[in-house]
Design a protein around this ligand. Structure first.
Ligand code: 13P
Ligand code: SF4
Length: 347
């Protein structure tokens, strides 16, 4: 596993008083209206950025929001590939990201040259790439997917092109293994991973299972524990109905639908609990959506340094100074739009 830094949990707006944060939020909302900008924020953004956004959501939901945006500007509070995707979907709009260094280790795990070489080894294969890739990689791709619709996208390909279709799936190996297991068919899977999700190991699930008997498990399929959790379920060690493999948007739907489970609460002597295996920023929207459920991080250290680069002061500067624009060159954008639009349409 690559050893990349993870962000400490300290609030990036540390140093600002609550009054200053409030004033900044008001200024951001006023500027967004004045500049005809929509603010989109991923679920892993810091709470104060999520609070000030027009929409928060997962990668698929945010791509759909970008595609439907009526405003002239889109300010993307997320990582670079997300802003690129918005730029591809909305070539006539100005797409801004508050910090150009907000990258993604998973997107870095495959580049266009590597994909070109892989395709040459398998000239008849259909290429499915996770949305966490550069626009250059997308331009060489047949279908993009996110964690919310990866299984549906691959199922769609088998239905449309036949059950023996050869598929190159990348770059996330854990998501690839999950799709293979769900559909019962092997693909060629790239061996990339996200350093944050890969750090959530089977041992973290073992430890939280022991400490929180009766908890539900919400597992993002990018996690390094995905395969072993599916094995626990197959072996009957964990009940299938207690394990949910979900995108961050799926986790939020779980929270919105969560109802008290009196029998389980009585059996375990505490309110409903859910162990959350994904980036820790997700705990904030989950807790807001279901204050009566106790959400427990599977690995409290799993914090994405790139997502946390976006702060309120940088968002304010982005709106004020119209920076930093993310624009995908037209030729690449035209080629990348095809798999992205397929992704947005499926699932
Ligand atoms: P989703 O929000 O689409 O589940 O993606 C998770 C992620 O890691 C984005 O970088
Ligand atoms: Fe990329 Fe992982 Fe961070 Fe998501 S959590 S942006 S996949 S490095």
């Amino acid at each position: 596993m690559i050893d990349l830094p993870m962000s400490p949990l300290a609030a990036p707006s540390a140093g600002l008083s609550p009054d200053e944060i409030d004033a900044m939020k008001k200024e951001i909302r006023a500027l967004a209206a004045e500049r005809d900008a929509v603010i989109l924020a991923h679920n892993y953004q810091v709470p104060e950025v999520q609070d000030v956004a027009d929409y928060t959501g997962d990668s698929l939901g945010l791509s759909r929001q970008a595609a439907a945006a009526e405003q002239e500007r889109i300010v993307f509070c997320g990582v670079h590939f997300m802003a690129e995707t918005a730029s591809v979907l909305c070539p006539s709009k100005t797409v801004l990201i508050p910090d150009l260094d907000a990258g993604c280790s998973l997107a870095e795990s495959i580049d266009a040259e590597q994909l070109r070489a892989w395709k040459q080894e398998h000239p008849d294969a259909v290429v499915v790439m996770y949305v966490n890739t550069s626009a250059e990689v997308k331009a060489l791709t047949d279908y993009c997917c996110t964690s919310a619709n990866a299984v549906q996208v691959v199922r769609h390909i088998y239905e449309k092109r036949g059950p023996d279709t050869e598929i190159l799936f990348g770059p996330d190996m854990w998501l690839g293994a999950y799709v293979e297991k769900e559909l019962g068919k092997p693909m060629h899977v790239w061996d990339g991973e996200c350093h944050v999700h890969a750090s959530i190991r089977p041992s973290d699930i073992e430890a939280t299972r022991a400490a929180h008997p009766g908890a539900d498990f919400l597992i993002h399929p990018e996690c390094g524990c995905t395969t072993s959790v599916m094995e626990y379920v197959a072996a009957g060690d964990v009940k299938a109905e207690d394990v949910k493999m979900l995108s961050t948007g799926g986790m939020l739907r779980y929270a919105k639908d969560a109802e008290p489970d009196a029998a389980r609460e009585a059996a375990h002597g505490h309110p409903r609990q859910a162990v959350v295996a994904t980036e820790v920023g997700m705990l904030y929207p989950l807790q807001m959506a279901a204050p009566d459920v106790e959400f427990v991080p599977a690995n409290p250290e799993a914090s994405c340094q790139f997502m946390k680069m976006i702060t309120l002061p940088k968002l304010l500067a982005s709106l004020r100074e119209n920076k930093f624009e993310v624009k995908v060159p037209q030729e690449i954008a035209d080629a990348a739009r095809v798999p992205i639009e397929r992704m947005v349409a499926i699932g």
